[in-house]
Design a binder for this molecule. Structure first.
Ligand SMILES: Nc1nc2c(ncn2[C@@H]2O[C@H](COP(=O)(O)OP(=O)(O)O)[C@@H](O)[C@H]2O)c(=O)[nH]1
Ligand SMILES: [Mg+2]
Length: 215
């Protein structure tokens, strides 16, 4: 698959966005991505070694190409580096509503990393509380989620990768918000800048995030 091409298996698109999934190990980042890409609730085994997946989506009358980056498990060692964050227009910060420390780590650790490494100042953030299907084991209330989102200046949703509740909405609402930010659209909507983005993505493809752990 050619990254950054204006055509993907014969489909054209209007805008191209890089979206990141971050948060503690085990919160369901890979499951959310699989759930979003495959339109299926099967195959929820823990995933390793995923770099990114591409999904074409029509939002607000525009054909979007979303390149969604997932970690290959290196978040366990807190070694996500600048190349993972570079050029992202949207960042999904995921916690597990049944594990409180995954929620506190978002504000204590991950939000700080985002501020440190994201190259787009206006990058749109989305706070996501996953695993709402396990409501009886809930350890973080919806109200607390809303409060943290307000603090981070981010969007907020609760979802379940297992039942697919709100999974597509996470990406759609994020994409809609990105489309409202002019500085984030420039890269994808004009051909010259799109080529720069293409080069960036190709570089990143050649040196995937996992390879950066020792640099
Ligand atoms: N019940 C439930 N389990 C989930 C959900 N999302 C992920 N899981 C499980 O949580 C574990 C970790 O998921 P994974 O996607 O590998 O997390 P990651 O480390 O953040 O990528 C796996 O066993 C998944 O099956 C969910 O929405 N509901
Ligand atoms: Mg994973």
């Amino acid at each position: 698959m050619v990254i950054g091409s204006t055509s993907n298996q014969g489909h054209n698109y209007d805008l191209s966005f890089k979206i990141l999934l971050i948060g503690d190990s085990g919160v369901g980042k890979s499951s959310i991505l699989v759930s979003f890409i495959s339109n299926s609730v099967e195959d929820l085994a823990p995933t390793i070694g995923v770099d990114f997946k591409i999904k074409l989506l029509t939002v607000g009358g525009k054909q979007l190409k979303l390149t969604v980056w997932d970690t290959a498990g290196q978040e366990r060692f807190r070694t996500l580096t600048s190349s993972y964050y570079r050029g992202a227009q949207g960042i999904i910060l995921v916690y597990d509503v049944t594990r409180r420390e995954t929620f506190t780590n978002l504000s204590d650790i991950w939000a700080k990393e985002v501020d440190l490494y994201s190259t787009n100042q206006d990058c749109v953030k989305m706070l996501v509380g996953n695993k709402v299907d396990r409501d009886s084991e809930r350890a973080v209330s919806r109200e607390e989620g809303i409060a943290l989102a307000k603090e981070l200046g981010s969007l907020f949703l609760e979802c379940s990768a297992k039942t697919r509740e709100n999974v597509v909405q996470c990406f759609e609402e994020l994409a809609l918000k990105i489309m409202e930010v002019p500085s984030l659209l420039e890269e994808g909507s004009n051909l010259g800048k799109r080529n720069i983005l293409k080069q960036k993505q190709e570089q990143e493809h050649q040196a995937p995030p996992a390879g950066d752990c020792c640099s």
